[in-house]
Design a protein around this ligand. Structure first.
Ligand code: NAD
Ligand code: ZN
Length: 379
């Protein structure tokens, strides 16, 4: 079969790989019909995630058709069209039983922090992902969910990660009616977080990024206020000024590690300059939230990002909440929102590529070329 093959930082291609096989009675084999590239994949692509091994296949956002099931999988049958949450979760451990599927204790023997994730290096279990024609799905009786009759495939695709992640970002923010919510990052995750903030009763939603095309998009899609940090002397002062000098009620970090320093290069020469890997958006979030406010982090960080202004967290009495998303927990209510027309995640998809064109797809998404917001691969 054809599958993405990681060759080292900034080097990906498609190669023939052996067909995946059932290795455990709870496995299934899924033929992938659509897979996304995620901002999280860019951390792998940029070489930021430790133990990302050459030869591995990325891809944790995919849908497809069940082609084979292990003897213990009773809720799926061959031919079912499924969406597969990015978390690999046993469904039975102490964490899964609380709905913390992202923190499953059984699916990832490499780490006591994160549970297993498809195609996300050996720190997330070393599983191959779905940027391929076929993928092995462990614990197939837990995550995979049959796509509801009548649901658009690409809406279902975005239920595997970015919509639930944006929703969880807003949920962790503990948004109360009338709150001012600032979202850092207008990528797919930030766009979804801004859209979902309204569902929790936000009174005002402000998005900060530096890519004009994304700011224009989120302004209409969320809809919200959106500002370019390149045109500010200091984003923290900018937000304070907009909030009677109190700060925002809730700040959401939908940026994460900026290992390549893209954002920073754009403000070189101004006093804001911070080093790549210095968690700029998180600094801004902590410093611009009001005293007693909540900072919700869904951005993913690597080992180079350990500099956090912890003093301000203490002195301002801020609550910081963070996690990978437990997709399965959120599916029922998000499926309902899509079916009722309240959410339409597929509208953020801007690009579709053949799997064979994966190198071009990564390059365009990583470099933010061609007004790319969310790219989809079609095997
Ligand atoms: P993306 O790369 O498409 O978007 C990130 C956006 O942040 C870009 O538009 C970029 O211009 C902007 N940005 C960079 N520095 C900034 C700064 N200092 N302030 C404001 N904006 C800044 O990625 P994405 O797909 O939207 O993902 C965003 C983050 O969410 C990534 O770190 C990703 O790994 C993470 N993520 C987490 C989960 C989870 O379960 N917690 C799931 C999916 C993605
Ligand atoms: Zn993702």
């Amino acid at each position: 079969m054809l599958a993405m093959n990681y060759r080292g930082p900034y080097r990906v291609r498609v190669d023939h790989k052996p067909m995946p096989e059932i290795q455990h009675p709870r496995d299934a084999i899924v033929q992938v019909t659509r897979a996304c590239i995620c901002g999280s994949d860019l951390h792998l692509y940029h070489g930021m995630v430790p133990d990302t091994r050459v030869g591995s296949t990325f891809g944790h956002e995919f849908i497809g058709i069940v082609r084979e099931v292990g003897t213990a999988v009773e809720n799926l049958k061959v031919g079912d069209k499924v969406l597969v949450p990015f978390n690999i979760a046993c469904g039975q451990c102490v964490f899964c039983r609380q709905g913390l599927f992202a923190n499953c204790h059984e699916s990832n023997s490499m780490s006591t922090a994160v549970g297993g994730i498809f195609g996300y290096s050996h720190i997330a279990g070393g599983f191959d992902g779905g940027q391929a024609e076929y993928v092995r799905v462990p614990y197939a009786d837990v995550g995979p969910t049959v796509i509801p009759e009548g649901m658009n495939d690409e809406d279902a695709l975005l239920l595997t990660d970015v919509l639930p992640t944006g929703y969880q970002a807003a949920e962790m923010g503990g948004i109360k009616t009338g709150d001012t919510v600032v979202v850092f990052g207008a990528g797919p995750v930030g766009i979804m977080a801004a859209r979902c903030a309204w569902l929790f009763g936000a009174g005002r939603v402000i998005v900060i990024d530096h890519l004009e095309y994304r700011l224009e998009f989120v302004k209409k899609y969320a809809p919200c206020e959106a500002y370019n940090f390149k045109s500010m002397d200091d984003p923290v002062v900018f937000i304070k000024r907009m909030t009677d000098w109190l700060g925002a009620d809730v700040c959401i970090d939908a940026v994460g590690s900026d290992a390549c320093g893209n954002a920073m290069q754009t403000i070189t020469g101004k006093k804001l300059l911070l080093q790549a890997g210095s968690a700029t958006a998180l600094h801004w979030a902590i410093n611009s939230v009001k005293k007693g406010g909540i900072v919700s982090i869904v951005g993913v960080y690597g080992p180079t990002d350990n500099l956090v202004p912890i003093g301000n967290v203490v002195n301002k009495g801020i609550t910081v909440r963070a996690n990978q998303t437990s997709v399965k927990r959120l599916l029922p209510r998000l499926i309902e929102h899509i079916q009722n027309g309240i959410l339409s995640p597929k509208d953020i998809i801007t690009h579709r590529f053949a799997l064979e064109d994966i190198a071009e797809a990564y390059h365009i998404f990583s470099s933010k070329l061609d007004a790319c917001i969310k790219p989809v691969l079609v095997p």
